[in-house]
Write a protein that binds this ligand. Sequence first.
Ligand code: BGC
Length: 327
Amino acid sequence: MRSKILCILFILCLISSFSLDANAKKISIGVLGKSVHPYWDVVRKGMEDAAKKLDVDAMFYVPQSEDISKQIETLETWIGMGIAGISFAPSDPEAVVSVIKKAMKMGIPCISNDTDAPKSGRLCYIGTDNYTAGRIAGENMAKILKGKGKVAICTGSLTAMNSLERIEGFKDALSESPDIVIVEPVLVDYEDTSRAVELAETVLLDNPDLSAFFGVYAFNGPSAAKAVKSAGKVGKVHIVCFDTTDEHLSLIEEGVIDATVGQRQYFMGYLSVVLLANMARVGVENMMMLLPQNEEGDVIIDTGVDVVTKNNLKDYVKLLNNWGVKR
Ligand code: BGC
């Protein structure tokens, strides 16, 4: 997988360097994320590194927490500015269909990152294969619980595709362990950290026999960890979650989080700029021609995941350093 990404990157950077023109007006690109969180700072870093390398102006915006109206408002503003390309991570894939269709009709190429919106007419998706990543989380959970226990699922969204796909993959993996019960309903906090902690505390109180949390979004694992710590249940209530901010890595070191599925979001930001800059320079069709299509004719760039536990924590930190995402 890594070699595939590197190969795409190499081809794209090569094209960019051929097409640089000192007198050309600087290309403007917008990258839209979902919430203020260290997870998105890494996407932004990827975006900024690529923008510097390819000499383009890149703008980044995230609402404070899940806020589809703010996201649509930002997309409308960028369309009004006539920017050269948009990469977006929609909190609700249905809600952005008309604004993305409008942008595409006006000749502004749009691609999705982190979470997809396939019906919007976007040109491609760059990010995690969320169903598979959810399955991986479920398989790890089954191993940690030795096939038996009660699990609460916490997420920031019940509309964003990445959240729904992770939950589906997680549940499918656990359906192979009939002695693992999932607490319903799934707890949703709209990417509001204090709400996430409150929900985790409540589910712990309501279910004294709870064995584990599955944290779907970046802040869910650490929020569950706070609740588990204050209930004095570290080691009794396990945590499997997503992402690898400093907080996640410290909690793994402490033995509060058992395993996390690390996304490679740096590349979501980096590749968004590389693709859109090249579309502006050599044309959308010429660019799309170079990208591999799946059986449905869609272009999906899977950035991959890394499962991190106490056992491989040191090696993982080295990997982050290699990518320039310092710990
Ligand atoms: C998800 C993002 C989300 C972030 C912060 C990540 O796991 O991929 O969609 O915004 O967590 O909650």
